[in-house]
Structure formats: C-alpha cells, structure tokens
Design a protein around this ligand. Structure first.
Ligand code: HEM
Length: 382
C-alpha cells in the first residue's frame, strides 16, 4: 500500500505517536494500517461520529479480547444488553454518587500516600503514588469485603496478561484465568453487604454478569488511572512555572487535569468492528473490518485545538477532549478517575514543598495505554 500508513511500524507508533498521527490526520484521516491490521481514524469529527454510532461500529464481536477472558460485560456488548449490564454501575458513578461515596476516601488515601513519602524527600511518582492510589481506589469502589490491595493487584495482573495474550492471538491456556474465579468468590460474599457496588448490581444482573463487569471495572480502572495521574505530573513538572501556577492557585487543578487528558490520553485508542460496508473520508471500510478510533489523534486535531502540541492549563476547551470516549461506551469511571488525579495533585501541592523533577522526564510510551515509565521527583524536607 502506498502512503505513510503502509510502512508504519509498531516501534514508530510507540516512540513517535503524535507526529505519526498528525501526518495521518492531514494525509489520510481514515487510513488502513497494515501493522495494526485495521483502519486508524485520526480526525476528531470522524472519531466522535463513530463513537456515537454503535450500530455501524460495534464492540460486540467474538474477536474482542476482553470478552474472551472475562465473559460478556458492558465493554463487549451493544444495544439493550449493554444498557442492562452498564446501568447499575452507571448509577453508582454519577457526580453526586461519586462525591458522596468516594470523595472523602480518595482525598484521605492520596493524603496518606503523600504523607508516607514526604519524609523521604524524593520519589518515583508512577510507582510510589499513582499506581498504589489507582489500586486502592478500585478496590474500594468495587466494595469487595476482606480483600487487600495486593490481592486485587494480583488478580489484575492475571486478567491483563490473559487479555494481552488473547489480543495478540496467542492461545489462551484457560478462557478464564483463576483470578476471575477468586474475584467471583469475593463478589458472592460481598453481595451480602447491603449497599456495596456489587450488591447493587446483583439486583438486576446474575452473579456471573456481576463478576464479568467487576473484572472490567478493575481492568478499566487501574492501568488507566495510574497513567492519567502519572501523565498529569509529567506535564506539570516539565514546565516548572506551570507547576508553580498550580501551587499558587490550586483551583486551577480541574482544567490542568483536563488539558493533560487532552494532550496525552492514557488510553490511546478504542476498538470497533464495522457492521456494514461504507465509505468514510475516501476510505472503503468493509463489513467486519477492525476500526481503531484514535483518541490521541482526535485530541490534537488542530481544527479543534489551536497549537495542539502545547500543554496549556488555561486552554478554554480542554474539557472537550475524548480521553474517556463518547457515546454509549463513554467511561463509566470518569468522575472517579478525575477525582483521583485531582486528589493526587492537590496532596502533592500540600505535602511536597518545592516539588521538581529529579531527572529528565522519561517520554510517554505505549500504543494502547500511554504514559512515561517513570517520573522521578524531589522536594524540600526538614
Ligand atoms: C476509576 C477508574 C476507572 C474505572 C472504574 C473505569 C471503568 C470503565 C468501564 C467499566 C468502561 C466500559 C464502559 C462501557 O463499555 O460501557 C470504561 C470505558 C472507558 N474508559 Fe474507563 N475507567 C476508569 C478510568 C479511566 C481512565 C483514567 C481513562 C483514560 C484516561 C479511561 C478511559 C476509558 C475509555 C476511553 C473507555 C471507552 C472504551 C470504549 O469505548 O471501547 N477510563 N471505563
């Protein structure tokens, strides 16, 4: 195939993602990318239209790797079945519910992690703060009784491993890794607890369905939130004057988080399957084709965001980014995830005086989930 998409390698996408996406967007906004074995859509208006059209671009396909591992869940269903699986969780994660159920916990947890690190004077923020916060918040959100975060992390690793093997076409040793059964045991026990999230979900879903969706919440909420918080620190600390602006005016934290999500969304793209033949922006998509909607591409579309590669916490339309997708599959954890990153940043403003980078920032990497490997920092102590 001719054009830049034909010769693209995974390495190039990983190391030079945004430049590649910019070239594709202006050259061929719906491009067949042989190395991904699918179409890659990079223009914001097209991405939004496809996210909002689940009839033509569905997630409900046997090739969907998460579905193979955890069974049918909201992530791999469309139409009325999707609504049935998603509703009990959607209701628990609205703004007022998140405020009431999780706000105090998330701030306390971020404060606790920062207070533990404070005497050290230095840390690596991905491993020491963003990661543990993400695991602890998901464990709390699921409302599972008697689980410790290390156990949750162990289940998570098994599920991620199985999903990755399924999505790269390697044979699964078991359709269901043992972690899903351990999770199922805990879900059953926790259903007895009146207002836990899984108990609420069990009013309208079978036990197996609650388990699949709980696994998806875990899968959807750990790596992503860790990446989101890590990226926000990386962007803010790369511009010391911007970090200082936030220290002086913490009320800017909300828009700073939105702008960070725009510039480097932790989830780079979402996957769909075309249900019919159609032509879009000169591309002839066939029924059954794999179509990837590039969130990272849409979020730097210059038609929506002037000077799109610049990190500007005052950008007025930062919150129109697509980091959490749009349409029926828009992230169910949006408000919880934003609360988490805001809490981490505010805890660092309070607890790490004079916070600055301790090493040149590692670049963000990843073709599906994207973040820097590490963010080494130091602050004044004593
Ligand atoms: C507390 C943390 C989080 C939880 C519990 C969570 C949970 C979920 C769930 C259950 C879904 C599936 C919704 C559906 O298919 O109807 C979803 C979708 C999604 N989430 Fe999250 N998520 C979290 C954080 C994040 C973060 C931090 C990001 C990225 C910055 C993110 C990006 C997405 C995207 C892009 C989708 C759409 C998937 C698609 O359209 O195929 N999520 N999330």
């Amino acid at each position: 195939m001719s054009g830049i998409a034909g010769g693209l390698t995974l390495d190039e996408l990983d190391s030079d993602l945004h430049a590649v996406l910019a070239r594709l967007r202006s050259d061929r906004p719906v491009a067949w990318v042989p190395v991904l074995n699918g179409w890659l859509v990079t223009r914001r208006d097209l991405v939004v239209g496809m996210m909002r059209d689940p009839v033509t671009f569905t997630v409900d396909d046997p090739r969907f790797s998460t579905g193979q591992v955890v069974g049918p869940s909201m992530l791999s269903l469309d139409g009325p079945e999707h609504v049935r699986h998603r509703s009990p969780f959607g209701e628990a994660f609205t703004v007022p519910e998140v405020r009431q159920r999780f706000e105090a916990f998330v701030h306390a947890e971020a404060g606790r992690l920062v207070a533990e690190l404070a005497p050290l004077g230095a840390a690596e923020l991905r491993r020491d703060l963003a990661g543990p916060l993400a695991v602890n918040v998901v464990a709390e959100a699921l409302g599972l009784v008697d689980t410790d975060p290390d156990e949750v992390l162990g289940w998570y690793d098994q599920i991620v491993d199985a999903v990755s093997r399924a999505s790269t076409g390697q044979a699964l040793t078991a359709a269901r890794p043992p972690a899903v059964d351990r999770l199922a045991d805990h879900v059953r026990e926790s259903m007895a607890v009146g207002d836990s999230l899984v108990a609420l979900a069990a009013r309208t879903l079978s036990v197996d369905e609650v388990v699949s969706n709980a696994a998806v919440l875990m899968f959807g909420g750990i790596e992503t939130s860790e990446g989101m918080t890590t990226n926000a620190f990386a962007h803010l600390l790369a511009q010391p004057a911007t970090w200082q602006t936030l220290v002086d005016e913490p009320s800017l934290v909300g828009n700073a988080v939105e702008e960070s999500l725009r510039l480097e969304p932790a989830v780079v793209q979402v996957d769909r399957f075309a249900t019919r033949d159609l032509e879009v922006a000169g591309a002839r998509i066939r029924r059954g084709d794999f179509v990837m909607l590039s969130i990272a591409g849409a979020n730097r579309d210059p038609a929506a965001y002037p000077d799109p590669d610049r990190f500007d916490i005052a950008r007025s339309n930062a919150r129109t980014h697509l980091a959490f997708a749009q349409g029926p599959h828009a992230c169910v954890g949006i408000h919880l995830a934003k609360l988490e990153t805001r809490a981490a940043l505010l805890a660092a403003v309070d607890g790490f005086p004079g916070l600055s980078s301790a090493a040149p920032a590692a670049p963000a990497r990843g073709v599906v989930f994207r973040k820097p490997a590490s963010v080494h920092v130091r602050w004044r102590f004593g």
